[in-house]
Write a protein that binds this ligand. Structure first.
Ligand code: IMP
Ligand code: MG
Length: 372
């Protein structure tokens, strides 16, 4: 069997979690391949929002196995807290496994993260403060702590809680693939935050691209099946760094209010802008996308015009193509073909600019608010 991959193609917060939740019903395993508790995926079920940090977004599909791959960094205290919180909600986490190769985020990493941000002063990256960078640095310096070691050492009493979930991560994945199990690899953050191919140095420390699923799960590239990119119908970024399509006007404020664009992990207001077609095309190249999912289209309802950035100019300006907006509520729409004409034109414009078909459009925050 092959492994299908879902990645964000912007700066994170594209709404991957709820899309993975939707796809997960067709998979036996949902596996996180990168990032740590800097990720915050929220799923809205019956008006209630459930936030996931490390637990894969297949958690609400009761039969799906859950896996945290070797490419991830795990804060054990966050994970234990998340276990307790989800267990109270009736989510069974016995079916969750953690790769022995994943690295541990320790309190010293969190301190170092804060310290380095302070030291950078006005050049601060705006990290989530979760110790992600220092944990990855320790891995690269070969001074890090793997999950396996963490569970063997007696100085970490909490490790006893997690030890039953820690497995040989490579054997875990390959046994399942050989038995014909369907595996969905869940990306964290987004393409433009990739440590090599993102807007360095304003990036996270892991490989957020589809290729990260190979190193993050221990599989060869020939194992990868479909690659689905998730994008917001507009664009947001939290933290510092380039954001060519950013809006500093009322349209930006309106996107933030209507889209409730505040970080799930840090509560920070997100920077908002039009859909960035240049970054989108780049993401298609570096991920090799087969399909696209557009989220939060409903947030654009009511705008007189909606923009798509089509070109970056050398002086820092951008070319924006303005399309006619739509006023009709899209929330009840369940088929892309049934969207208001202007909304459909907008979706089609993105698909043709990126040269990738749009498979799903999310039209509201609830689990079922999807048009296919
Ligand atoms: P770090 O991953 O905490 O080191 O943060 C590095 C950059 O990535 C900062 O700009 C963060 O805001 C951003 N970032 C990290 N995780 C996420 C995420 O899940 N969503 C959006 N931005 C993120
Ligand atoms: Mg998020």
């Amino acid at each position: 069997m092959s492994v299908d991959v879902v990645v964000g193609i912007q700066w994170g917060d594209e709404g991957k979690g709820r899309i993975v939740d939707f796809y997960a019903r067709d998979y036996d395993v949902v596996a996180r391949f990168g990032g740590g508790d800097n990720a915050g995926h929220s799923l809205v079920v019956s008006g209630k929002s459930i936030a996931l940090r490390l637990v894969p977004s297949g958690a609400l599909q009761p039969r799906t196995e859950l896996f945290i791959g070797g490419g991830c960094v795990v804060n054990p205290w966050t994970l234990i807290e998340e276990f307790e919180r989800l267990t109270k909600l009736g989510v069974d986490l016995q079916r969750m496994s953690i790769s022995d190769r994943a690295h541990v985020v320790l309190p010293a990493h969190i301190e170092a993260d804060h310290r380095r941000e302070m030291e950078r002063g006005s050049d601060a990256l705006g990290t989530t403060g979760r110790g992600i960078g220092p944990a990855h640095a320790d891995r690269a310096l070969r001074t890090g702590t793997t999950m396996r070691r963490f569970c063997e050492r007696e100085e970490f009493p909490e490790a006893r809680r997690l030890a039953p979930h820690v497995v040989d991560g490579v054997a875990y994945v390959h046994e399942r693939l050989e038995r014909g199990r369907r595996v969905l690899a869940e990306g964290a953050q987004g393409t433009m935050l990739d440590v090599v191919y993102g807007t360095y140095p304003y990036v996270t420390s892991s490989h957020t691209l589809a290729a990260g699923a190979c190193t993050g799960l221990g599989i060869g590239p020939k194992r990868i099946g479909r690659v689905i990119g998730v994008a917001k119908a507009y664009c947001t970024r939290v933290g510092a760094g380039p954001f060519p399509s950013e809006l500093h006007d009322r349209d930006g404020d309106r996107l933030r209010e209507r889209g409730r664009e505040f970080g799930t992990v840090t509560g920070r207001p997100r920077r908002c802008g039009w859909f960035d077609g240049v970054a989108g095309r780049y993401a298609v190249q570096v991920n090799g996308l087969d399909g696209l999912v557009l989220t939060k289209l409903d947030v654009l309802t009511g705008f007189e015009r909606v923009g798509i950035v089509t070109r970056y100019r050398e002086n820092g300006d951008v070319d924006v193509e303005l399309l006619e907006g739509w006023q009709d509520d899209v929330r009840g729409v369940r088929r892309i073909a049934d969207l208001p004409r202007a909304a459909r034109r907008y979706v089609d414009a993105i698909a043709s600019l990126l040269e990738v078909p749009v498979e799903i459009v999310s039209v509201g925050p609830e689990r079922e608010d999807l048009a296919v």
